[in-house]
Design a protein around this ligand. Structure first.
Ligand code: DGL
Length: 293
């Protein structure tokens, strides 16, 4: 079991920001990454649908022999964490998520108590960050959803007029609330740090979940005695990337976002069979009375 890979799941490319931090902190570990490109973006979908897709994706990672699962997606965490823990922990497979590390990071960073959360529509609607930060005394949370950001990142578009205009619009309520800390409540958003930092100015700190999620992964492997055994010279770690839909850009963007460690890696296509989940082009409409977890 120790030499089995870590499984990392996201709706697309955003989870690569978490995979990057895991590679940095745990350079001996093999990683299997699964991006659900066929159904990205998750943000506009119903939480019940995201839950099914997430569990189907995590099932695939378990079938690929993963020893630990990282849900590297806030929307998937908001929708499926409880069910995922129930399903996999009893199989002896720990499940790490991204919301708690980001919320803790935000609470530890703020000085004036005003925290902004940028997330997908589904994450904002789920209230998962309000719940995570609700018990912290003296904290005010202002949320804003950023529906276009995921599509920009999936296209590899991280600069330019359209990105800047969207950033101004999404950040306006946070600026209005005088936040001094903004939690990037979507694993795609760290790839937009340049424009976000520029628009917010130097007085506002950005908090991403990637480092802290990698810390949690590290601790879990140590606590459960699941670290990869020491490597012999020449025995280098394997990084495998899977996508649920053919995406010719995946390799290029993965290399751009993750760095040289992934050069030469080709995505493979696996299908998530989830009844009723339309592919990206026909995203199900959301409803106002979306269930909260
Ligand atoms: N990267 C994901 C998140 O952290 C999901 C983005 C999406 O597919 O809408 O929420």
């Amino acid at each position: 079991m120790n030499d089995a890979p870590i499984g990392v799941f996201d709706s697309g490319l955003g989870g690569l920001t978490v995979a990057r931090a895991i590679i940095d902190q745990l350079p001996n570990e093999d990683i299997v990454y699964l991006g659900d490109s066929a159904h990205t973006p998750y943000g506009p979908r119903r939480l019940s649908e995201v839950r099914k897709l997430t569990l189907a994706g995590l099932d695939q990672l378990v079938q690929l022999g993963c020893k630990l699962l990282v849900i590297a997606c806030n929307t998937a965490t908001a929708a499926a964490l409880r069910d995922a823990r129930e399903r996999y922990v009893k199989m002896g497979i720990p499940v790490i998520e991204v919301v708690t590390p980001a919320a803790r990071g935000g609470a530890a960073t703020t000085r004036n108590g005003s925290i902004g959360v940028l997330g997908t529509a589904a994450t904002v609607r789920s209230g998962v960050y309000l719940d995570a930060l609700g018990a912290v005394p003296g904290i005010r949370v202002t949320q804003s959803s950023a529906p276009k950001f995921v599509e920009f990142v999936e296209r590899g578009e991280t600069t330019g007029e359209a990105v800047t205009a969207a950033a101004k619009e999404y950040l306006a309520p946070l600026v209005e609330a005088d936040v001094d800390t903004v939690i990037l409540g979507c694993t795609h958003y760290p790839l937009l740090t340049g424009v976000l930092a520029r628009e917010l100015g130097p007085g506002v700190r950005l908090v991403a979940s990637s480092e802290a999620t990698a810390n949690a992964t590290y601790s879990s492997l140590v606590d459960l005695d699941l670290l990869h055994s020491p490597r012999q010279p020449g025995d280098t770690p394997k990084y495998r990337f899977y996508s649920t839909a053919p995406n010719p850009e995946f390799s290029t963007l993965a290399r751009r976002f993750l760095g040289p460690e992934v050069s030469g890696v080709e995505p493979l296509t696996v299908e998530l069979e989830v009844e009723g989940a339309k592919s990206a082009r026909g995203v199900a409409a959301t409803t106002e009375n979306e269930e909260r977890l």
